[in-house]
Design a protein around this ligand. Structure first.
Ligand code: MG
Ligand code: MG
Length: 269
């Protein structure tokens, strides 16, 4: 069942989205050769605490509960990487995915950064993946069903010669980080028939394309969390929490607009 949110509820979710945006600015400022993924995670964790936000990823159930505020996935790691002592090096790509709740409402966003100098093909991978997220948000303004957006996302990535990851998808978001519906970045006949959903005011979803340079296939690493490409080629991941309002799609994890401030005591009512 898809929960539709009122304008007031969407305004409350924006508060969480602003804190997630702020956390990503802090993380981005730290990305450079020599920093560890654990240092970035610790800074984001402190940022959430300082802004009255709850880090949503910590303790997510699994074979072992997820231990950190961010998923940080490097190079061939697709998603769900565990931050730690790994040192970033020039030429790496690092995906930082994080989410928080403020006043019980959630936000979730991911960005993949180049570290130092990356190859032109890796740059293309980042352009493709951020581009397909932007395309999806733009299409949400004019398409009536998610299947139409997902079909065009898959085509966009195919035209680059890259592969959409199919094992992981986006999701509804609200009082919980993961709610219905599932939001794939590709479309199958079975999805269109059984799981498609309307793009209507009140819908709030986390749209999160993951794009592999080589095979779409992924495998889990022995840490029970990290998902890696099966061929060792790089992967990228971008995500925003997006609400559909009467005025069209609004990115809740975007930068502050006029009069907006980051913090639990912000002006949203
Ligand atoms: Mg996320
Ligand atoms: Mg997500």
């Amino acid at each position: 069942m898809v929960n539709l949110r009122s304008p007031r509820e969407i305004a409350l979710m924006r508060r969480a989205g602003l804190v997630v945006w702020g956390a990503h600015q802090l993380a981005a400022s730290m990305v450079r050769p020599g920093v560890t993924t654990g240092e970035i995670d610790a800074a984001v964790d402190s940022f959430f605490a300082a802004h009255g936000a709850v880090a949503l990823f910590k303790g997510v159930p699994g074979k072992v509960p997820f231990p950190a505020a961010c998923c940080i996935s490097v190079n061939d790691e697709v998603v769900h990487g565990i931050p730690g002592p790994r040192v970033l090096r020039s030429g790496d790509v690092v995906s930082i995915d994080t989410g928080c709740s403020v006043g019980g409402w959630c936000g979730d966003s991911a960005v993949t950064h180049p570290v130092g100098e990356v190859s032109p093909e890796v740059r293309r991978l980042l352009d493709c993946t951020s581009g397909v997220l932007a395309l999806a948000i733009q299409l949400m303004a004019t398409r009536s069903r998610w299947s139409d957006v997902a079909t065009e996302m898959a085509k966009f990535v195919r035209d680059y010669g890259f592969a959409v990851v199919e094992n992981f998808v986006g999701h509804g978001i609200g009082r919980s980080m993961h709610e219905d519906p599932q939001v794939p970045n590709f479309c199958t006949p079975a999805f269109r028939k059984n799981h498609d959903f309307d793009l209507e005011p009140g819908l709030v979803i986390a749209v999160e394309p993951m794009v592999n340079m080589g095979s779409k296939k992924v495998r889990a690493l022995p840490d029970h969390w990290t998902q890696s490409t099966i061929d060792g080629m790089p992967s990228a991941h971008f995500e925003h929490t997006v609400a559909i309002t009467d005025g069209g799609p609004v990115v809740l994890t975007a930068q502050p607009g006029a009069g907006e401030e980051i913090g639990a005591s912000g002006s949203a009512a």
